[in-house]
Design a protein. Sequence first.
Length: 165
Amino acid sequence: MANHPPSHYLDIGQLGEDLVTQWLQSNGWLILHRRFSCRWGEIDIIAQYPGGEESGLAGKEYLTQNSTLAFVEVKTRSPGNWDAGGRNAITPQKQAKLWRTAEIFLAQYPDKADYPCRFDVAIVSYQPISQLQTQIKSVQDALFSSSVAGYKFHLQEYIPEAFDA
């Protein structure tokens, strides 16, 4: 068996993030940043929902008063993983790192600092397409699915406000 360079292998985590990005966009979210990193850590997706009710405000003032920022942690796992699909990986230490990283993002983008912010978690499962017949229930329960490079990815759960800042 040949030893391939790292670029040869699929980045399963990035493919899971791609799925969540597509789902967020299909639900009206704007993707501001992917894999934002600083010395404290990395945030997989930073998204803005420009929703809210019409309030007679125009332009930027309207967006600021009605937008929400979501700092999204994506956990992509194969079936039968050890950490409950990634849920157990969101430890208090991981939450603190995400919070510090979000603070750095807001410092770099002060025009977003007044937006309501939340921390969301997306649970993505994947498996080779050749094994799909054994996991039909997970396909039916998925919020969103996509096939890439011989794998089927399923957004199993999206948890808004998964933890407090």
